[in-house]
Design a protein. Structure first.
Length: 168
């Protein structure tokens, strides 16, 4: 185990490479309602303030899973005053809140057999491409000094500097 405190970049890269590191890298996020509640209790700042106080090492700059079988698909199956039941681009059916944040209720997954994988999902995913638009990321983190592709064995990781930011 290393005894010198590592930078966030060093810590996360060592974790991804399965090497010794000084502590487990920290990553977290909060629902907007949580931050609003904490602000009503005296927090001065936003979610970045909280993450800085907790010494986060990295955070996601994209929540997109790729490739997706059916890019752009969001089929609303049911809807009431509080929730909607949605079939998404991966064939997942979930109930989500309409007017607040929360963990969705995972109802079912359409890709539930080897046959569906081979005949529907695998071909769709192979034809879909990545669907990743790097323009917003590059606009936020311009230039090669702020945005790099790191070669970590068996993964594709987009790394920005200070604090380390990843898109896997």
């Amino acid at each position: 185990m290393t005894t010198t405190p590592l930078t966030s970049v060093q810590r996360v890269i060592r974790m991804l490479e399965r090497r010794d590191h000084d502590r487990i890298p920290r990553m977290d996020g909060y629902w907007p309602e949580t931050i609003t509640y904490w602000q009503s209790q005296g927090l001065h700042g936003n979610d970045d303030t909280v993450l800085d106080l907790l010494r986060r090492d990295f955070l996601s700059i994209g929540g997109q899973i790729w490739p997706v079988a059916f890019p752009g698909r969001e089929e609303i199956l049911e809807e009431d005053d509080k929730t909607k039941l949605v079939k998404d681009a991966m064939g997942k059916i979930q109930r989500i809140w309409k007017n607040k944040s929360g963990t969705p209720e995972h109802v079912s997954f359409d890709c539930d057999s080897q046959s569906k994988w081979e005949t529907i999902y695998k071909p769709a995913m192979l034809n879909a491409g990545t669907g990743i638009n790097l323009d917003p990321i590059q606009a936020t983190y311009p230039g090669p000094s702020h945005l790099k592709f790191a070669r970590i064995p068996n993964s594709r990781v987009l790394i920005g500097i200070a604090p380390l930011r990843l898109v896997c």
